[in-house]
Design a binder for this molecule. Structure first.
Ligand code: ZN
Length: 141
């Protein structure tokens, strides 16, 4: 699967799922309403039904907005001694600040956190150093 299509599906997966479920609900309601509606119309006033429909649509719209907002919230994943976002940006493991200055410093090779004023080296689980390129490559794999 092409990388761009994969990223598009992952980033909009929740919206696609909500759209599919909504479509299924509409199809199901289209089949059920003609059978059930006459019985409901006899026992419940139309004004109450309209109020319930408006409330239901409003709650569903709010729920969809909440789900989309939650899915777009950035989540950081710990790996190689730092935290990574979904765009493979590194964040300091101490203060969670974005670190963009990777390079070779007198104290070692790694990311420099400007808040902590520390060099954060990337390391494997067993402690061996790993380059930024290898780490980023393995993040995507
Ligand atoms: Zn820091």
């Amino acid at each position: 699967m092409p990388e761009k299509l994969r990223e598009l599906l992952l980033s909009h997966g929740v919206a696609i799922a909500v759209g599919c479920v909504t479509g299924l609900l509409l199809l199901t309601m289209n089949q059920i309403i003609p059978v059930v509606l006459p019985a409901i119309e006899k026992s419940v006033p139309k004004r109450a039904l309209l109020t319930l429909l408006v409330l239901s649509v409003l709650v569903n719209v709010l729920l969809a907005i909440y789900i989309i907002y939650q899915s777009r919230k950035s989540t950081l994943t710990p790996r190689f001694g730092v935290y990574w976002d979904r765009n493979r940006n590194a964040f300091c493991p101490v203060c969670m600040s974005l670190m963009s200055s990777y390079g070779e410093y007198a104290a070692g090779t790694g990311f420099y956190c400007t808040k902590c004023e520390e060099i954060i080296e990337l390391r494997e689980v067993h402690g061996d150093p790993i380059s930024r390129e290898s780490a980023v490559e393995r993040l995507s794999g």
